[in-house]
Design a protein around this ligand. Structure first.
Ligand code: NAP
Ligand code: MG
Length: 402
């Protein structure tokens, strides 16, 4: 069989620990034998980030802007322990944070559904994709511990001399205060990313806040979404038969539980943080979760939703057997290859992505899986494979399907 040709490179961001080991196995077994891979390679492994003073992360984000599609391996976000482990010059920032800020993106996460791994919510038949606003609110807050009696005020001083002031509370005793903000620019790009992604997925989109209680803050989110939808997206939604639907967050939660799935749920930053953990664990496992960062101008970066699986890596280093689930990382590759194919009009590449995904799911459905899934599957008598053998089993199915 001739290898599939590519016209435009994808940006390849290598990473750390166990996922770096999986990365190489996936390329060796599932990508390179079948595709004449064109990629611009950036090593985001912590050692190389440290050597380049993190310039490599910035370069990889710029390359993503240039080419439009990237695939990223999980990476270490350094903390104090990593400073000594890797002898770091600085506590480099989270690569995901850097890339997200440069692409001005929204993160979309969706579970990978497979027979034998059943959602806890029995009426969920299709995946629910969570779109999380990734800027501001409580994540950029300022807080004060109030020691005792006094007045707390909210003040805005405009550069043009405008002044607004409100009393938050007249304290009679100790208490707490919190200040939060967001910007219209960030909410607008969040809205555009959501509507653009809904069109790409051909799915309805739900958005919810608590605008009945927060009549200015949350209401601004609602207004920005409505305005951008009406002006820029309504016609396209109607043409595709899609729906944009706004409701209160408590109503949304109730409806999500009763739904069949198959839509995108856009959430404010905090709601998205909490709800994505609920939705992902209700669907099965973080290792069965895709994640894509989409910029408002349509640049895509695909990754797995989980981290570098450090504990497994230390076992691997000691020469012990590991059974690490590579599905989310494989789906990061298929997501990027399919998008590349779509943008380049490369049908073969898109078809390959579909076949590789099916081969992966067929492997699990035939009872061959990694340990994390074996623990939660409804199948009886499953074969638990190690990290490498699971990928080899997928390759066998892939070769048959091709
Ligand atoms: P993690 O890598 O997601 O792993 C946490 C635990 O979840 C693992 O120990 C394992 O449980 C299970 N798990 C996660 N992915 C799995 C997989 N593919 N197959 C099987 N089991 C899996 O989180 P962490 O250990 O807290 O973080 C490790 C590093 O990842 C940190 O340095 C963090 O900064 C980084 N991180 C990166 C990203 C990213 O780049 N997107 C995201 C999150 C964290 P058992 O050990 O019980 O088997
Ligand atoms: Mg969280």
């Amino acid at each position: 069989m001739d290898k599939i040709k590519m016209t435009t490179p994808i940006v390849e961001m290598d990473g750390d620990e166990m996922t770096r080991i999986l990365w190489k196995m996936i390329k060796d077994e599932l990508i390179n034998p079948f595709i004449d891979l064109k990629s611009e390679y950036y090593d985001l492994g912590l050692e190389h980030r440290n050597e380049t003073n993190d310039q490599v992360t910035i370069d990889s984000a710029n390359a993503t802007k240039k080419y439009g599609v990237a695939v990223k391996c999980a990476t270490i976000t350094p903390n104090q322990a990593r400073m000594s482990e890797y002898n770091l010059k600085e506590m480099w920032k989270s690569p995901n944070g850097t890339i997200r800020a440069m692409l001005d993106g929204t993160v979309f996460r969706a579970p990978i559904l497979v027979k034998g791994i059943e959602p806890c919510v029995k009426n969920w038949e299709k995946p629910i994709t969570l779109a999380r606003h990734a800027y501001g609110d409580v994540y950029k807050n300022v807080e004060i511990i109030v020691p005792g009696k006094g007045v707390a005020k909210l003040v805005f001083e405009g550069e043009d001399g405008e002044r607004q002031e409100q009393i938050i509370h007249k304290f009679e005793g100790p208490g707490i205060i919190q200040g939060m903000h967001n910007t219209n620019a960030s909410i607008e790009s969040f809205a555009r990313a959501c509507f653009t992604y809904a069109i790409a997925l051909k799915q309805d989109i739900w958005f919810a806040t608590k605008d009945t209680i927060s009549k200015k803050y949350d209401h601004t989110f609602k207004d920005v979404f409505t305005e951008i939808y009406e002006k820029e997206f309504k016609a396209k939604f109607e043409e595709l038969g899609l729906e944009y639907f706004y409701t209160l967050i408590d109503d949304a939660v109730a409806r999500v539980m009763k739904s069949k799935g198959g839509f995108i749920w856009a959430c404010k930053n905090y709601d998205g943080d909490v709800m994505s953990d609920m939705v992902s664990s209700a669907f099965g496992s973080l290792a069965m979760m895709t994640s894509v960062l989409v910029s408002p101008d349509g640049v895509y970066e695909y990754e797995a939703a989980h981290g570098t699986v450090q504990r497994h890596y230390y076992k691997y280093l000691k020469g012990e057997e590991t059974s690490t689930n590579s599905v989310a990382t494989i789906f990061a590759w298929t997501g990027a290859l399919r998008k590349r194919g779509e943008l380049d009009g490369n049908n073969e590449l898109m078809k390959f992505a579909d076949i590789l995904e099916k081969a992966t799911l067929d492997t699990i459905e035939s009872g061959k899986m990694t340990k994390d899934l074996a623990l939660i599957t409804t199948f009886k008598d499953v074969t638990v494979l190690n990290s490498g053998d699971f990928i080899k089993a997928i390759r066998e199915n892939l070769e048959k399907a091709l």
